[in-house]
Design a protein around this ligand. Structure first.
Ligand SMILES: Nc1nc2c(c(=O)[nH]1)N[C@H]1C(S)=C(S)[C@@H](COP(=O)(O)O)O[C@H]1N2
Ligand SMILES: [Mo]
Length: 410
């Protein structure tokens, strides 16, 4: 599937407000129709989830949680193309206080703190700035957490807490330059319109080092695959931090604060920390290791046209197809193994949509009679390679082991 790019059109206030009634209603309606069940095949069970079509601007999604909404992309969507359609794109929020109506005309993005000029930018102000576009993977830190063994607490995602989209907007650097960042600024903190449910809980805010914020890749998106952002993916604006986990991709972004000290808030110093070890790996029960904020992504790859347990014809060519991404660098290669990793063959890479995008791959092999373990392994342009060993941490973050599917050739 290919999504045609159309210039982003932010709806006028009247059009948008009229669309919002339905959004407001649907967010509080009972979302699970529970007539269709998917089994995510999590180790140790409890992988059954309802499919739902009850959320605004979303099609058929796997219901992980209702309030706040956590919606997973059904895996077959990834076989359709490298861009994940907006209505299938996963959804994750920390707090249930999400605005169900946003007045696009009245909306302002504030830029304040260690700046020469405080800004209050309308959507029209942003649309008038030079536009920037990038295709990038948005992946939750806990994508595939449900596959961790031993199991860990948190949303039990299978592989569908990721998606790839063409993001259009403005470079964060351009916005910061317009405000004029003062010497001595060290970090930039991002906040959105969603709020904690009880006042004592910490508002969801994330920050980036000032150099990262100004690297020219980090951007503020007002469009996703050529359309305005779905409300649940952060309408009207969200931060895009290419190559980094989506915890930094703050949605409904309305406040940017340039800081003279590192951000000491909950979401940077208590949550979303990883062990400062290769692959964020520790042993279950281990303690006393150093932790750091989660950051760049590592390569991953998936077979998308075959499922674990599939039967195929022995002695006949088996066409395999899938997606890969390099993490914070492009895909250098994808290799396929049908013999438990003893030997590898190169897959053919599809069109390059840029280094932060999913990349299609295809391969053909002819399985002999019997069971086979099929693996896909991605190496990034930086030389990061997916590991054979399954690493573990107590938060279920950063799974990037070589995934295996078992097929039976008969
Ligand atoms: N404002 C706001 N932005 C947020 C979050 C949030 O709770 N509030 N969650 C983050 C996390 S952890 C993830 S995984 C992504 C999910 O993005 P999506 O819902 O568009 O897929 O949003 C990020 N941005
Ligand atoms: Mo996340």
């Amino acid at each position: 599937m290919s999504v045609q790019y159309r210039p982003p059109m932010l709806k006028t206030r009247r059009q948008f407000m009229s669309g919002v009634g339905a959004i407001g209603l649907a967010l509080v309606a009972a979302p699970a129709l529970a007539d269709e069940i998917v089994d995510l095949d999590l180790p140790g069970g409890e992988g059954e989830r309802s499919l739902t079509t009850a959320f605004p601007q979303k099609g058929r999604m796997i219901l992980q949680r209702t309030r706040p909404p956590l919606l997973e992309t059904p895996f077959e969507v990834f076989d359709q193309g490298v861009l994940t359609p907006n209505d299938s794109f996963f959804v994750r929020w920390h707090w249930a206080n999400i605005p169900t109506a946003i007045d696009a005309a009245a909306f302002r993005l504030e830029v304040r703190g260690e700046v020469n000029t405080i800004l209050s930018l309308s959507l029209d102000d942003l649309l008038a700035m030079p536009s920037h576009e990038i295709v990038a993977v948005n992946q939750c830190s806990g994508n595939s957490r449900g596959l961790f063994q031993p199991r860990v607490a948190g949303a039990q995602w299978a592989h569908g807490a990721m998606g790839n989209a063409r993001w259009t907007g403005v470079r964060l650097k351009d916005v910061l330059d317009r405000a004029g960042v003062k010497a001595g600024a060290v970090a930039v903190r991002f906040n959105g319109l969603d709020e904690q449910v009880v006042p004592e809980a910490p508002d969801f805010m994330k920050s980036l080092g000032v150099d990262h914020a100004r690297d020219g890749d980090v951007m503020i998106a007002y469009a996703m695959n050529g359309e305005q952002l779905p409300l649940l993916n952060g309408f009207p604006l969200r931060l895009i931090v290419p190559g980094w986990y989506s915890t930094y991709w703050v949605k409904m972004l309305n406040d940017i604060e340039v800081l003279a000290q590192p951000d000491d808030g909950f979401w940077m110093t208590k949550a979303y920390l990883i062990p400062d070890t290769p692959f964020a790996a520790v042993k279950p029960g281990e303690s006393g290791y150093k932790s750091v904020p989660i950051n760049r992504m590592l390569p991953r790859s998936f077979v998308t046209n075959r499922r674990d347990g599939d039967q195929v014809t022995a002695g006949a060519p088996l066409e395999l197809r899938g997606i890969a991404f390099g993490g914070d660098a492009g895909v250098r290669s994808v290799e396929i193994s049908a013999d438990d990793g003893a030997s590898w063959q190169s897959a053919t890479l599809g069109k390059d949509e840029g280094k932060y995008s999913f990349r299609r791959w295809t391969a053909s092999l002819t399985p002999g009679r019997g069971p086979h373990r099929i693996m896909a392994r991605c190496t990034s342009e930086k030389g990061d390679v997916q590991p054979t060993e399954t690493y573990w941490n107590g938060s279920g973050f950063m799974r990037n082991v070589i995934e295996t599917i078992r097929i039976d050739a008969v």
